[in-house]
Design a protein around this ligand. Structure first.
Ligand code: NZQ
Ligand code: ZN
Length: 405
C-alpha cells in the first residue's frame, strides 16, 4: 500500500437524543468564550424534524438568545437558506455575517450542503484573503485560525461530518470544487438517526447511493494487491447494500437508517482511504454536471457509475473481478475469465441501481436538448483524477456522458 497520513479530529456523539445530551458539553469545549454562536441551516427541513428546536433549546439553556446582545456575546446568529449544492456567493454572505457578528462557534444543522457551507464560512470569516482562490483553487496551506465549527447531521450521505472536505459551486466560473483540509474537520458531530426519518424517499435513495459511490471510488484505485482498507470497504459495501434495501422497503426502519448514517461516516472519515490512491473521477464528472445544471449529487452519480466502470474496468480488472465476487456474491467459477466476471459485477451494480429506483440516464436527471449541447463544454471543464486506474481525457468523459444519455 502507499504511505499515508491519517487524522480525524472530530468528536462524534451518535444516537437518539445526541443533541439534547451532548451539545452543551460541546459548546463548553469548543465555543470561543465571549463570542456569539451562529447556526446555519437550509430551506427549513430542520424545523420539521426537531433538530432546530433541539439546538436552540440547548443554546437558550446556556444563556444564548435569538434576540440577545451581540456585544455581550450571548446571541444566536441565524444563517438560514443554505441551498443544495451551496454557492460561493452564499458562503461569502455567511462569512461576512459571522465576521460582523463576532461569531466564535458555527453550528451547521442539516445535510452535506449545509455542513460544507458552514465549514467554508468558518475558514473565510477569519481570513483576510479570498479563501476560494487561495484554498479551493490554489490549495495553499491553511495556517490562519479557523472558527470552530460543529455539525448536527440530519441527512446521511456525504460524510462531511467527519472530514475536512467542503464542496462549493462558483456560479460565475461554473466550477464546482472540493477541498479537504484537516483544519476544516468539524470539531464535533452530533448524529441522531431519528432526524433522518423525515427525509423524502428520493433524497434517502440519492444520499445512500452517494455513500456507496464514496466507497467504490476509493476501492477502485491503486494498489491492486490486497490491503486492509479494501477489506474494510468490502464489508461496508455489503452492509450498505443490505441496509439500503431495508430502508427503501420500510422508510421507518430506524435500525437501517442508523446503519446507513454511520456507514456514511465510516466511508468518509479517511480510514478506507489509507494507503489508497483514490479515484473520484465519477465525482469530478458529476460535480461539473451539477455546476452547469444544479442536478442532485447522488442521482448524478447513479447515472454515471456503470458507464464509467465499463469504460475503465480493463485497467483494474482484478479489483473489478474481486468486487463481483466479494460484494455481489457472484460465483467466479461460472465465468471464463476475470474480464467476464468483472463485467458481471458491473451489471449487478446497474441492476441494483434500477432496483432502488434511482435514475439511470441524464434525461431522467432532467437534461434536455439545451443541456445535451453543453456536454462537450462540461466534459472539458472536469477535473481529472490522477489516482484513478485510468487518467481520463475530455474526449473520454464526453463519451461517457453520451453513453448516459
Ligand atoms: O434545505 P433543507 O430544507 O434542509 O432540505 C434538504 C435538502 O433539500 C433536505 N434534507 C436534509 N435533511 C433532511 C432533509 N429533508 C427532510 N428531512 C431531513 N432530515 O435534503 C436536501 C438535500 O440536502 P443536501 O445537504 O444538499 O444533500 P447532501 O447531503 O447530499 O449534500 C450534497 C452536497 O454535498 C456535496 C455535494 O456535491 C453537494 O454539494 N458533497 C460533499 C462532500 C463532502 N463534504 O465530503 C462529498 C460528496 O461527495 C459531495 O460532493
Ligand atoms: Zn459524493
Amino acid at each position: 500500500m502507499k504511505d499515508f497520513f491519517w487524522e480525524c479530529k472530530t468528536k462524534v456523539r451518535f444516537g437518539q437524543g445526541a443533541v439534547r445530551d451532548y451539545l452543551a458539553q460541546m459548546v463548553g469545549e469548543f465555543a470561543l468564550p465571549g463570542h456569539n454562536i451562529m447556526i446555519g441551516y437550509g430551506g427549513g427541513s430542520v424545523k420539521r424534524n426537531g433538530a432546530y428546536d433541539d439546538v436552540v433549546g440547548v443554546l437558550e439553556s446556556l444563556g444564548y438568545s435569538r434576540d440577545g446582545n451581540a456585544a455581550d456575546g450571548n446571541m444566536i446568529v441565524e444563517f438560514p437558506g443554505i441551498m443544495s449544492n451551496p454557492t460561493l456567493k452564499r458562503m461569502r454572505e455567511g462569512a461576512d455575517l459571522a465576521s460582523l457578528m463576532d461569531v466564535g462557534l458555527i453550528i451547521a444543522i442539516g445535510g452535506g450542503s449545509v455542513m460544507d457551507c458552514c465549514k467554508a464560512i468558518a475558514v473565510q470569516a477569519q481570513y483576510k484573503g479570498d479563501a476560494w482562490e487561495d484554498f479551493w483553487m490554489k490549495g495553499l496551506p491553511m495556517t490562519h485560525d479557523v472558527i470552530p465549527c460543529g455539525v448536527v447531521v440530519t441527512m446521511p450521505a456525504t460524510g462531511s461530518e467527519v472530514n475536512g472536505c467542503a464542496v462549493l459551486t462558483n456560479e460565475d466560473t461554473k466550477i464546482k470544487c472540493d477541498r479537504d483540509y484537516p483544519e476544516m474537520n468539524p470539531a464535533f458531530a452530533l448524529m441522531d438517526p431519528a432526524y433522518t426519518l423525515t427525509m423524502p424517499v428520493r433524497q434517502l435513495k440519492a444520499g445512500t447511493f452517494d455513500i456507496l459511490s464514496h466507497i467504490m471510488e476509493t476501492y477502485f484505485s491503486f494498489p491492486l494487491e490486497d490491503n486492509p482498507a479494501d477489506d474494510v470497504s468490502e464489508g461496508l459495501m455489503r452492509g450498505l447494500i443490505r441496509d439500503f434495501r431495508a430502508a427503501v422497503a420500510d422508510p421507518e426502519d430506524l435500525q437501517a437508517r442508523s446503519n446507513i448514517m454511520w456507514t456514511a461516516s465510516l466511508a468518509e472519515n479517511r480510514i478506507i482511504k489509507t494507503g489508497k490512491s483514490k479515484d473520484f473521477q465519477a465525482h469530478n464528472m458529476e460535480h461539473q454536471l451539477s455546476a452547469y445544471t444544479n442536478c442532485n449529487h447522488g442521482e448524478g452519480l447513479a447515472v454515471l457509475h456503470p458507464a464509467y466502470y465499463r469504460h475503465i474496468y480493463k485497467d483494474g480488472v482484478y479489483k473489478f473481478a474481486r468486487f463481483a465476487e466479494r460484494v455481489w456474491g457472484i460465483n467466479a467459477a461460472d465465468y471464463a475469465n476475470d474480464y467476464d466476471l468483472a463485467l458481471a459485477g458491473i451489471d449487478a451494480l446497474e441492476d441494483f441501481i434500477k432496483e432502488m429506483g434511482l435514475p439511470t440516464t441524464l434525461r431522467e436527471l432532467g437534461f434536455g436538448d439545451e443541456e445535451r449541447e453543453l456536454l462537450p463544454e462540461i466534459a472539458e471543464s472536469c477535473f481529472v483524477s490522477h489516482g484513478a486506474f485510468r487518467v481520463m481525457t475530455a474526449e473520454e468523459i464526453l463519451k461517457i456522458y453520451e453513453k448516459c444519455w
